[in-house]
Design a protein around this ligand. Sequence first.
Ligand SMILES: Cc1cc2nc3c(=O)[nH]c(=O)nc-3n(C[C@H](O)[C@H](O)[C@H](O)COP(=O)(O)OP(=O)(O)OC[C@H]3O[C@@H](n4cnc5c(N)ncnc54)[C@H](O)[C@@H]3O)c2cc1C
Length: 409
Amino acid sequence: MSAPRSAVVVGGGIAGSATAIALTKAGIATTVLEARSTAADLDGVMLTVATNGINALRAIDADHCVTGLGFPTPTITLRTHTGKRLGDTFTGGLLPDGTQSQTVRRADLSAALRDEARRRGVTIREDSRVERVAEHPHGVRAVLADGAVVESDILIGADGVHSTVRSYIDPEAPRPAYAGLLTTGGYASAVEVDANPGGYEMIFGRRAFFGYAVAPDGEIWWFVNLPEPKEPPRTQLRAVPAQRWRETFQRVYADDAGPALDLVAATPDFAPMTSIHTMAHLPRWHTDRMIVVGDAAHAPSPTSGQGASLSIEDAVVLATALRDARTPAEAFAGFESVRRPRVEKIIKAAARINNTKAPGPVGRLLRDLMLPTILRLTADTKSARETYEYRVEWAGPGASALGSRTELS
Ligand SMILES: Cc1cc2nc3c(=O)[nH]c(=O)nc-3n(C[C@H](O)[C@H](O)[C@H](O)COP(=O)(O)OP(=O)(O)OC[C@H]3O[C@@H](n4cnc5c(N)ncnc54)[C@H](O)[C@@H]3O)c2cc1C
């Protein structure tokens, strides 16, 4: 087996597009197969790309895809349901040029990365759902839903937390875990809130979690995390009319301080309601020619604020490993040895916080007792710094996953 010259990436979300950009920079001809017709179809409202993720984009000359797209998020303020300020979370400080973590619309970032990949010569085939994949001695074959076949030297599954590729790498792979939470959100205008443009607030409500950020133009981006112990089927969730959700939010946030009710009322339409899943530990990430990255390999709860950033780090580390290794299998093993300890540590920390978002009656009591601990977990601590100040590189002594660890600055 020799170094790969061609790659297929399954999935054109943030992980898939970043991986395609990085592989192209490493000289590997890349095709992305994406099930949806446009990046704007992506569920969810906003996400924060932390400084470690922006730095990783910089390593592949693509940080312009995030800076300028949203707004800087120097801190996130946490509050109780009474409005009492608990404190601020750490979001990564400053990069050497003063850049801070950025909050962006999830679909905008996905579209910007997809456009950048195209500009670099990546072939992106939309409406191309991969149904099955197979590895043979000379390469890998992806079979699409319409029967078309795409061949390549290696295949990267960036197909999200419900990955199809994962089950071909390991038929025994665990299923993603339902986090006991549903999420949606939207965009509201002309609502007065107690936060300045650029401000980001998160409220531990009596019955559900609520977050909002004020964009520089005054528009307010918000999201909810609704506890729901039993996961509803996706089709059932999508069939619920917006008016029913509106009534649910009015009931759930009725006793909380803060602008939740006003924001819901001022929002014409909500993002599709989605159940949150995590993938804390996937025993097997790769075969000799196939590997999973991003949420397909390791999905933290959104609480971590790291899902997108970790996916972009993956892209850079995988491409440098493939660039430097003699065979894909060697590159994949090096990649896993660098990435697994980092992502699993972050996922574990986020899970502890996530549990406080879906409390039952007893859990709520415990949660209130735990809030000071939550603050310690998210504040400017050694552990937070390890997350945000991690730096992947394209060149230099720390830039290879083979033999030496990617550098911690
Ligand atoms: C509702 C929601 C809110 C989130 N909020 C945050 C947040 O606030 N902060 C944060 O850091 N992270 C957040 N995340 C997570 C973050 O978006 C992901 O960690 C990050 O985008 C990496 O995802 P990914 O590219 O691996 O997977 P995805 O974004 O899920 O992309 C996977 C892509 O693969 C495609 N695909 C799937 N199956 C196939 C197939 N068989 N064939 C072809 N294509 C396929 C999908 O259409 C999709 O485009 C959120 C995720 C969701 C779902």
